[in-house]
Design a protein around this ligand. Structure first.
Ligand code: 4NP
Length: 166
C-alpha cells in the first residue's frame, strides 16, 4: 500500500531573504491557513546570502504586500545545509538560486528536494523565474506578488495531492 505522508514542509529561498522568499512564505501561509492546513504544512524562508540576517522584509515588499492584504514579517536568515534535512521541498526563485543551493547538496536526495517556484505557475506560464525586484521600481514588486500568488496556488494543489487531502 502506498504510504501517505502526514505532514510536509516547504522552505522558500531567494538571494537576500528580504523580498521574494518572505513574500512567498507570507502568501503561502495565508492560503494554507485559509484552508485550515497549517498543522500539516510547515512553511519557512531563507536566503542564499546572509547579507540581511535578522532584518524584516524590505519596506517596499512589505508595503506592496499590505496593499494585497498580506503581512510579510519574517526575519531574514541564511540557508544552511541543515535545511536539506529539515524541509521536504526547497523552492527557489531563479536559476542563480537553483545553482547555488543545489551546489550545497550532498547527495541526490538533497538535490531532488530543490525545485523552481515557476514550475508551479498555472496562469503566468511564460515566466521561468520570479525576477529580483530589489534594484527596480514598483512594477517589479507587483509582479513578484502576482507570480507568487499564482505559483503558491499551484504548489498547494500539488502538496494537497501528495498528502492525499480531499
Ligand atoms: P531578494 O532580493 O533576493 O528577493 O530578497 C534581494 C535583496 C537584497 C539584495 C539583492 C536581492 N541585495 O543585493 O542586498
Amino acid at each position: 500500500m502506498k504510504q501517505i505522508k502526514e505532514n510536509t514542509s516547504l522552505l522558500f529561498v531567494c538571494l537576500g531573504n528580504i523580498c521574494r522568499s518572505p513574500a512567498a512564505e507570507g502568501i503561502m501561509r495565508h492560503i494554507v491557513e485559509r484552508r485550515g492546513l497549517e498543522d500539516r504544512i510547515k512553511i519557512d524562508s531563507a536566503g542564499v546570502s546572509g547579507w540581511h540576517e535578522g532584518e524584516l522584509p524590505d519596506r517596499r515588499m512589505r508595503s506592496h504586500g499590505a496593499d494585497h492584504g498580506y503581512d510579510f514579517s519574517s526575519r531574514s536568515r541564511q540557508f544552511s545545509r541543515d535545511d536539506f534535512k529539515r524541509f521536504d521541498h526547497i523552492v527557489v526563485m531563479d536559476d542563480d538560486n537553483y545553482s547555488d543551493i543545489t551546489a550545497m547538496a550532498r547527495n541526490e536526495d538533497e538535490r531532488s528536494r530543490v525545485v523552481m517556484m515557476t514550475d508551479f505557475l498555472r496562469n503566468h506560464t511564460g515566466h521561468t523565474s520570479v525576477p529580483d525586484p530589489y534594484y527596480g521600481g514598483d512594477r517589479g514588486f507587483e509582479l513578484v506578488i502576482e507570480l507568487l500568488e499564482d505559483a503558491c496556488e499551484g504548489l498547494l494543489e500539488q502538496v494537497i495531492k501528495d498528502l492525499d487531502i480531499r
